[in-house]
Design a protein around this ligand. Structure first.
Ligand SMILES: NC(=O)c1ccc[n+]([C@@H]2O[C@H](COP(=O)([O-])OP(=O)(O)OC[C@H]3O[C@@H](n4cnc5c(N)ncnc54)[C@H](OP(=O)(O)O)[C@@H]3O)[C@@H](O)[C@H]2O)c1
Length: 275
């Protein structure tokens, strides 16, 4: 199916690493109309699903014969040193490098791929796998407007995108949206456990909590014109049960300071990983 992004999917592309996130992005590009004949994928141990996808769609599971227009790095950060030796020859001065490696700065990537000029650093998140990701992007000065637009289209295929004024903000992004899906999964666990504590059978409490998080997320998604606060206020009647719970959650020592502490811990960890 051709989409508006398909017009931006012009360059030849090499994807290095088709694991969880690289694989999710690859599927999003193919779904959005990227010509599979323009895509090569390097993956040391391709899964049967990846081999099947390559056969069904027609992209190549091998290194290209010359540097691509775009090189997407989706390997584990700790694999960069080893992978760089073979990947460096694919990053020519005309290649846009898009890195999703957590904790690896544009300077780190540039040092490993010395010929590369234009580098975009991206921080996607797990819901990219269902087309509901959110990615923050930061580009170096060498990236042209066309290369920035190409990077944006690649990540927009898997959800929303936000440009950052400075690469330094990526650690804060990692702490909010990068790690955020796990916080929401934990909210479902905590709500289930609270359900058991007020007398529900554990399995029913787990199903109720899960469906509540799923449904509330879907409502947020479908009510884009309303803020989260408005949606909350709309379901909170004065003196009611929701208000009683929110009084606890919104107390001075309630959920907000707790989440702030959690996000700060994640940000500090991201900064430490980046060195
Ligand atoms: N998952 C997320 O939610 C998320 C969010 C934001 C950013 N990221 C970033 O995305 C990157 C990938 O994460 P992931 O969760 O997708 O990890 P993953 O599932 O382990 O995928 C990495 C893939 O790269 C392959 N690989 C290793 N060395 C390679 C090489 N030299 N050339 C090509 N491919 C190579 C790995 O193969 P083997 O397994 O055979 O080694 C693996 O299939 C990481 O840098 C991470 O920081 C992930």
């Amino acid at each position: 199916m051709a989409t508006p992004e398909a017009d931006r999917f012009e360059a030849s592309l090499l994807l290095a690493g088709a694991g969880k996130m690289g694989g999710a992005l690859l599927r999003a590009w193919l779904d959005r109309g990227y010509d599979p004949r323009k895509i090569d994928v390097i993956e040391p141990h391709p899964s049967p699903e990846l081999i099947e996808l390559a056969q069904a769609k027609g992209f190549a599971l091998r290194a290209p014969s010359r540097p691509p227009g775009i090189l997407v790095l989706a390997i584990k950060p700790q694999a960069l040193d080893e992978a760089a030796a073979s990947l460096a020859s694919f990053a020519s001065p005309n290649t846009l490098v898009v890195s999703i490696l957590a904790g690896k700065t544009i300077a780190n990537i540039s040092a490993k791929l010395p010929q590369a000029r234009a580098i975009v650093r991206a921080m996607p998140n797990l819901p990219a796998a269902v087309g509901r990701g959110i990615t923050a992007l930061a580009a170096n000065a060498a990236a042209t407007p066309g290369q920035r637009a190409a990077a944006e289209a690649l990540l927009a295929a898997a959800g929303g995108v936000e440009w950052l004024a400075s690469e330094e903000l990526i650690d804060a992004v990692a702490a909010v949206s990068g790690s955020g899906p796990a916080y929401v999964f934990y909210l479902a666990e905590a709500l289930a456990s609270a359900g058991s504590s007020v007398g529900l059978p554990a399995s029913i409490a787990a199903r109720l909590a899960r469906a509540t998080v799923e449904g509330a997320g879907e409502l947020l998604f479908q009510s884009r014109e309303k803020s989260a606060a408005e949606l909350r206020e709309n379901v909170t009647s004065r003196g009611g049960t929701t208000a009683a719970a929110l009084e606890v959650l919104m107390a001075q020592d309630g959920l907000k300071p707790l989440i702030e502490r959690a996000v700060k811990a994640a940000k500090q960890c991201a900064e430490a990983l980046a060195g």
